[in-house]
Design a protein around this ligand. Structure first.
Ligand code: ZN
Length: 299
């Protein structure tokens, strides 16, 4: 995942009217799920140009790997904005540019963020000629994100596909999936009404729940052997309840041991990507305690 803010610079030379519509849609009420325009002006050659913020995000696939199997509520949180944007774009109410799946991300707060490439955009023109530049309006333009025309795809289609990817990860036995999956499939290449139908089903599926980055406990020991050993190495037991109870006890104990081992070996999770060594955390706690004691003593 990216960890610091970056910016993209785009020049609207190849289709200035479409580029201007895109910019107008980003300038007011674009919502929290589209990357914001920081500055708009002209490139050194006089074309309309923008600077767009790229906050740090995890790509959606990576985010789903970290989250594990999303609950319905998490899937609702992730897919409602995707489908809302897709529905607006299909209805002509939002100018959405080209988009590859890597440009759909999830930020630290668990919010979906879409970084589409403006329609008609090209990499910014370089300032190798003074012609056509109006100093008051000019935007300094370092080279932006490379254009990737072969991988670009219709933005709204990518958004619906991304929503489908999220729901694919939800437990297949979840009742809503039986109805929702075919509706989402129809919405991939359908019209605005098809996307709205999928959105209505998603909204009715569950209340939204926040995306939590901490790995589920089960992911700390992926092999699962700990559970199986307790459950299967009890020969001659006809009291299944007793065996199950033993297995649960063994599994819970093993889970605690595994968790403690993970904390010692890999550190205490801080945020979504960093871990603090246990030794440093303990020193920090002791120092803080000492300072508090000293402060109390001074008073
Ligand atoms: Zn230009």
């Amino acid at each position: 995942m990216t960890t610091i803010d970056s910016t993209d610079h785009w020049c609207g030379a190849s289709d200035p009217p479409a580029f201007a519509r895109w910019l107008a849609d980003r300038s007011a009420g674009c919502g929290a799920h589209l990357v914001p325009v920081l500055r708009a002006g002209r490139c050194p050659s006089g074309h309309p140009a923008v600077e767009v913020l790229r906050p740090p995000v995890r790509a959606l696939d990576e985010a789903l790997d970290v989250v594990g199997t999303p609950t319905e509520g998490v899937a609702v949180t992730l897919t409602v904005p995707l489908l809302q944007l897709a529905a607006r774009a299909r209805a002509g109410a939002l100018e959405l540019g080209a988009l590859s799946v890597e440009e759909i991300g999830v930020d630290e707060a668990g919010a979906v963020l879409v970084a589409d490439r403006p329609p008609g955009a090209v990499a910014p023109c370089r300032d190798d000629s003074a012609s056509g530049t109006t100093p008051a309006e000019s935007v300094t333009v370092p080279v932006g994100r490379p254009t990737r025309s072969p991988r670009d795809a219709d933005g709204s289609r990518q958004l619906v596909l991304a929503a489908r990817t999220v729901w694919d990860r939800v437990d297949a036995r979840t009742p809503v999936r039986e109805v929702l999956d075919p509706v989402l499939d129809a919405a991939v290449d359908g019209g605005a009404d098809d996307v709205r139908a999928a959105l209505a089903l998603v909204l009715a599926a569950s209340p939204p729940r926040p995306v939590r980055w901490t790995r589920p406990l089960g992911a700390l020991f992926d092999d699962g052997a700990t559970f199986d050993d307790g459950a299967t190495t009890a020969p001659g037991q006809d009291a299944r309840a007793a065996a199950a109870s033993t297995a649960v006890g063994t599994a819970a104990g093993a889970a605690l041991v595994a968790l403690a081992r993970d904390l010692v070996e890999r550190g205490i999770p801080v945020g979504s990507t960093r871990r603090l060594p246990v030794r440093i955390a303990l020193v920090g706690t002791l120092v803080t305690g000492g300072l508090v004691a000293a402060a109390v003593g001074v008073r």
